[in-house]
Ligand binder design. Structure first.
Ligand SMILES: [Zn+2]
Length: 426
């Protein structure tokens, strides 16, 4: 443990009953895509100020280290199982993540989890609670699998058992096959108090009217209206480019994956996405955000199937082809006016972040901006997060080295401060 850390721990843990005013000297702050040196920045009532307060309780010398806003995880399913929430919180803190979008979870767990988050005062979470889909479709199998606790779930006799179970219905997922069902279940759904509404669009162009495999455009459009009436935003899970377009037409501006994120890359895909003039107009108006979940590619196989027990991995040729697809797709979506947030949908946020850096999906400056400014703002749009500006929340990470020159610096965070207070991972 180094000197700076010990000094700051002593200072920040000694003040308990009143809010102290802190002067931070000699820091390099990440702002507007670059590090800017400030001799003095102040923290008053947990917020940054550049106006020198009359009284300064404490001065902390940042020793020319590199200061970035905390990260946000834009797509996770952690902070759900109450037995794991404590370790989950600490895992996020260790990675410098202070905010998270939980894009589907058991709503029956959310009350106690919200309490635990409040007590820990370390990270803040917006929950989607149970996602809205059609009868028997994703994500119901995933949650029934969790409930069943069957290890070899892919064996045919087990999948049949899991498929027939509906124990998590109206909790981890909701079946709303048509507008009538939405009307019938909406009140009960709202009672779970979601922070954001999650809907599933899964190859809507291939949908069958007899046994629908996805919510229809009509139903989603109706859900969006209902959500708006309750001041709730909607996040769409999408599979294809058509799903994205349907979502846009319904007025959805947050997408939990990018089109074809989870495709079998045995065939080449048209990554140069085309949009009609009308669609371009909608994009301009909505300024939609895509959370592309790119690092799926890195560890998980996109060619998982029954034959390999869903455990297969990508061979190098398929991996490279999928990476090529991802790069072209991201570029095309960017050029068409989409904004981006970062989310892993995986065990660790940091693996997603490093995958973006490693493969240069954007410039280092832009990736850091997405991870520390755009994503926190997406999760908590009304708060002043992710920037070192007057009145913004005084939350930040201290790094020893310039992460734009050495991204490994992101893996060893020296200090974490949240609203002017020290945060320690257990
Ligand atoms: Zn997910």
């Amino acid at each position: 443990m180094n000197k700076l850390y010990l000094v700051i721990i002593a200072i920040l843990t000694s003040i308990v009953t009143f809010s102290q005013t802190i002067r931070l000297t000699n820091g390099n702050y990440f702002q507007d895509g670059r590090f800017k040196h400030y001799a003095n920045v102040y923290i008053k009532d947990g917020k940054f100020t550049f106006i020198k307060p009359k009284v300064i309780d404490t001065t902390i010398n940042l020793e020319n280290k590199f200061i970035i806003p905390p990260f946000a995880e834009g797509h996770t399913h952690k902070i759900d199982n109450p037995k794991e929430v404590g370790p989950d919180i600490n895992a996020f803190v260790k990675q410098g993540v202070f905010y998270a979008f939980v894009l589907n979870n058991f709503s029956s767990n959310v009350k106690s989890n919200r309490n635990e988050l409040l007590n820990s005062k370390k990270i803040e979470v917006a929950f989607a609670n149970g996602g809205i889909t059609v009868t028997g479709q994703h994500p119901s199998f995933v949650y029934e699998r969790i409930i069943s606790d069957i290890k070899e779930w892919w064996l045919p006799e087990n999948t049949a058992k899991i498929k027939n179970s509906r124990k998590g219905e109206n909790d981890a997922y909701w079946f709303m096959d048509n507008i009538e069902e939405v009307d019938k279940k909406w009140e009960a759904y709202l009672k779970t108090k979601p922070d954001v509404v999650k809907v599933y669009l899964m190859n809507v162009n291939k949908n069958e009217t007899q046994n629908p495999k996805t919510l229809s455009e009509n139903t989603v459009s109706y859900i969006v209206k209902k959500a708006k009436a309750s001041n709730l935003r909607v996040v769409a899970h999408i599979e294809s480019l058509d799903d994205l377009k349907v979502g846009l037409r319904c007025g959805i501006s947050i997408f939990g994956h990018m089109p074809h994120y989870n495709v079998n890359f045995s065939k080449e895909l048209p990554a140069d996405f085309q949009f009609t003039e009308l669609e371009k107009k909608i994009i301009k108006k909505l300024r939609p955000v895509i959370i592309p979940t790119l690092s799926f590619n890195d560890e998980f196989s996109i060619v998982r199937n029954e034959k390999n027990n869903y455990q297969g991995e990508l061979d190098t040729a398929s991996f490279n082809r999928s990476l090529r697809f991802q790069k072209t797709a991201i570029k095309s979506l960017h050029q068409n006016g989409f904004k981006f947030a970062i989310g892993s949908d995986r065990e660790y946020f940091m693996s997603e972040l490093l995958y973006w850096f490693k493969n240069n999906f954007f410039s280092y400056e832009d990736i850091l901006t997405i991870a520390t400014k755009e994503t926190p703002k997406l999760i908590f749009p009304t708060r002043k997060l992710g920037e070192f500006k007057e009145g913004f929340e005084a939350s930040f990470l201290v790094l020893n080295q310039d992460p734009l020159k050495n991204i490994q610096a992101l893996k060893s965070i020296e200090l974490l401060i949240k609203q002017g207070k020290l945060i320690v991972a257990k």
